[in-house]
Each structure stands twice: as structure tokens, then as C-alpha cells.
Write a protein that binds this ligand. Sequence first.
Ligand code: NIG
Ligand code: FE
Length: 412
Amino acid sequence: MRTSIDGASQVLRPPADGLPFLRHDRAASLRSDPGSLTIDGEEILAVESDAGAARRIDARGLAVVPGWVDCHTHLPFTGWRAAEYAMKVAGRDYAEIAAAGGGIQASAGALAEADDRGVLDQAEALAAEMLAHGTTTFETKSGYGLSIEAELRSLRLAAALGGQVPQSVSNTALIAHAVPGGFDADGWLDAVEASLGAMLECAPVGALDVFVESIAFTNRHLERVGALAAARALDLRAHVEQFASHRSVPVALAAGARSVDHLACLAPVDLPALADSECAAVLLPGAEVMGAEETAPARALADAGAIAVLATDANPGTSPIISMPLILGLAVRRYGWTAKEALLAATLNPAWVLRRSGEVGSLEVGKRADVLVLDGPIEQVPYRLGHNPVAFAFKSGELVFARPDCADRLSE
Ligand code: NIG
Ligand code: FE
């Protein structure tokens, strides 16, 4: 079916077609002129209206933007950890909570107790909530298994989730998240290395990930995960500089990482090389706020021309947030970013992290029609903090979400 989205006040477009990513010092070159958009089948047919379209949306006063790409989540997981959040708010730190049996171990326990249907029910419900907030592509991670068998299961569940939801889904094997009981860190990576082939058969995996922190793995393990990724032609992603600075960024860059994620404690001396590199800086302001973490040097990263990205980090511990509009709002306030900087970090650049920017992440003729119609101008996305601005969402040309109060704008 052909859909014409007519007369929007703003259509968010890249400065040129075919860009794999846009460095953040160029975010102001995103265009947001008035216009229209036509979707045909699964693709964007034209950046103009179509008189013959069978379905029309009256977008006067509204904005049209690409569907959000949430390139860092920990779906699928089971249950929540609200009691831990109360402890955190009362002043206990992450390491203390982990030592008391909370943290990643607690979610691994919950995953072990749940049956597959229960895990998928929760993940599918979250994916539906994400879709209603405009996320049309997301990443999954394993890492709550903490045994080889459970990691294999986690990857199988991630693959099953990808087959069940409307979104495009990219799977990451977070092979070094916490050191499982009965192993030391090296021993765990030995076991992972021996089973990596089996893991990669469980799901179409695009990247390996590792958590570098005093309570988790070290830079030496980051190098080792990098070598495993390179040997399998997978991308390397890494959770680094979240609670403290371990100078992991130069190590990740040397290992050819596709992204370094968190960066709340990025050492200033490591910023220029990251900004110059083809490695994305994935910032997670939800985790920063919920965990009262330091603030990533996002203004400086953007000014220095980093490939900056925002994501929810959706997980039961540090960031139980699924809403990208909320993340954009937190980022603008916390980082001193413009709305366009936040939008770029939620669309084209995260699509590049997932190697999907040829297909999604910007409104270009021939790209997949992952399109949001927002209920007001783009500047309101960060400003109306907590509000869901999505009036209509299209995934691959299909209308997958329509807000009842906007129904009179749709005609078929
Ligand atoms: O990205 N930092 C490590 N991993 C997750 C948190 C995991 C958890 O607490 O369950 C994160 O913040
Ligand atoms: Fe994470």
C-alpha cells in the first residue's frame, strides 16, 4: 500500500544521501524543512506527497523523523530489580549491591528460574512498548546467562525474540559481563572461547561485548575479546569507563572496536583519539541518571566530531528505561546538546553501529520506511520530558502504531 504523509512542518533529513554516519560537529547540518513523504511497500518512495496514495496522513504542524535505533539494550532479561534501586537511592553502591547477591547475578538467577515462554513474554511486551515509543530497530545482548549453557539459551531466546517482533533486531553476545561463580575471569574466557562456535550457531550475532570494571573484567580481557571478535569477523563493543576510569578507550580503539559504551568516566586525555576514530561513543544517560553516575563528556565529544550515539541501555539493573524520547530529553539537559544532536544520536549513528545505516536511520528514497510522525516539532521531543511524542509509527512501510487521539489525521 502507498502512504502519503502530507504537509509536515518538519521532515528530518541528512545533509546528503548515502552517508554511513554523521560526525556530531556536523549535527546542525541535519535539515528540518517543511515537506511530505511517500511510502510505498517497505520503502521510502519520495520525499514529497503522492496524489494517488491510498492512505494519507495530514501532518500539518507535525514532524516526520526516522524510527529510533536503540543500539544498546540488554533484552531479553527476566524480572526487575526495584529493591536494588531503592538501595542505590539510599546510598549503597553498585559493588556493594553486587556483593550482597544483587546485580547481574540476581538477573542470571531470575533467568535460570524462568521458562522460555516467560522470558519471551516479558521481552515481547517490552519490544511492543519500545515500538509505541518509536523504536523500530534495537539490539539484544546475552550476558545474563553466566554459564555456557545459559548463555547459549540466552542467544537462542534473543534470536526467537527477533523473529517475533516487528522491529529489526541485531544480536550481540555479551560474553564477558560478570565472572560466573566457580571461574576466574581468564577461566571464564577460556570456556567461552571453547564454546564460541556453538554460541554463534544459536543466533545471528553481529558483535561481541565485554564489561570492563573493577567488579567485572580488565583491559587485558577487553583485548582478548577483541581478538576473538576479529578472528570471527565480528564487531567489538565494550562497556567501559562507567563507574571509574580504567583507560579502556585506547585499548578498545587499538582492538578496532565499533563502539565504546557508557564513558561517564572517560579520561579527558582519551577523548581526542576517540573523537577522531571510526568508533562510536555510545552514551547512556538513563544509566547515568538512575545510578547517579558521572556525566559523560558529551558536549566535548560532539564538538570534537565524535560519532556520538544515545541508547537506553534497557536492563533490569542500571537502566530500566525503554523510551528513546526520554533518553533524548535526558541527553539534551544533561549534555548541553541541541535537539538535532540528540536526534542524530538516536537515528543514523546508532544504525551505523549496528551496520544498518545503508538500510535505516535516515529518511532517504530507497531506504526502509521506518518512519515516525511526531505530534509536534522536533524541539519538543527533549523539552516535553516524559511525554511520548509518537503519533504514528511505520516499520518497513507498515503502520505499526497509531495514537488514538491522532486518528482523525489518518484517512484510508
Ligand atoms: O550496561 N554495566 C554493565 N552492564 C549493564 C548493567 C547490568 C545490570 O546491572 O544488570 C549496563 O549498565
Ligand atoms: Fe549495558
